[in-house]
Design a protein around this ligand. Structure first.
Ligand code: PXP
Length: 237
């Protein structure tokens, strides 16, 4: 059975739309844990567009399950990770202009640098995951540079335009998860997973963990609206 890590970045996105103090992603993390999630994921971006340094520090104090910090492999982020000591770091590529992480890491090209970063983090007992496309060259490179986990990018699967393409991408995820596992890597997956497409991925044997953000926060807004409006109506009347 796959574990669920809930990415709470977009709670902070709503806060930053007004540059105010609510909704607080730290409060959201507590509720996410109480609801039964296995872990909290957040992405501290270079531009701090949603999660802030303050959030990460408080999350480290509050999260009781498992804290997975997504970050670019920059010197700044490595220093922050070594101070905060999340349970896991997931290294992702980061471009300033993107709306969300658009592709996997190029571990083949940046292997030497990543190896250094990984050994530095692991020396501080941080489990390291690399976010990669379901591509055998990247997976072999991830094993070679000493990662503990890979997170398979499920974007192509999630964005598939028809059933055939979806099945093709699902099979690729399965094959690559098996290959990674044979290389000694633990496997998670994420990006674009939602209430319609998650089940076939959750059923893949070698995928231990799913990291899901946008669809859960989106649903929370809708399922929470009824109560939120009723509470305001009660106050006004
Ligand atoms: N995994 C990684 C590495 C990501 O960068 C993201 C997006 O922040 C996710 C999972 C979650 O993706 P989504 O918000 O589409 O569920």
């Amino acid at each position: 059975m796959a574990r669920l890590g809930v990415n709470i970045d977009h709670v902070a996105t709503v806060r930053e739309a007004r540059k105010t103090v609510e909704p607080d992603p730290v409060a959201a993390a507590v509720l996410v844990e109480l609801a039964g999630a296995d872990g909290i994921v957040c992405h501290l971006r270079e531009d701090r567009r949603h999660i802030k340094d303050r959030d990460l520090k408080l999350l480290r104090q509050v999260v009781k399950t498992h804290l997975n910090l997504e970050m670019a492999a920059t010197e700044e982020m490595v220093n922050i990770a070594l101070q905060v000591l999340p349970d896991m770091v997931t290294i992702v590529p980061e471009k300033r202009q993107e709306l969300t992480t658009e592709g996997g890491l190029d571990v083949v090209t940046h292997g030497d640098y990543l190896q250094e970063v990984i050994s530095n983090l692991r020396a501080h007992n941080i489990v390291v995951s690399l976010f990669v496309d379901p591509d055998i060259h990247q997976i072999k490179a991830a094993a070679k540079v000493g990662a503990d986990f890979i997170e398979l990018h499920t974007g192509e699967y999630a964005n598939a335009e028809d059933e055939n393409k979806m099945m093709e991408e699902l099979e690729k995820l399965d094959t690559m998860a098996v290959a990674a596992s044979k290389l000694g890597l633990a496997v998670s997956a994420g990006h674009g997973l939602n209430y319609q497409n998650v089940v076939p991925v959750a059923q893949l044997d070698k995928i231990e963990e799913l990291n899901i953000g946008h669809s859960i926060i989106s649903r929370a807004v809708l399922v929470g609206l009824d109560r939120a409006v009723k509470e305001m109506v009660a106050l006004i009347r």
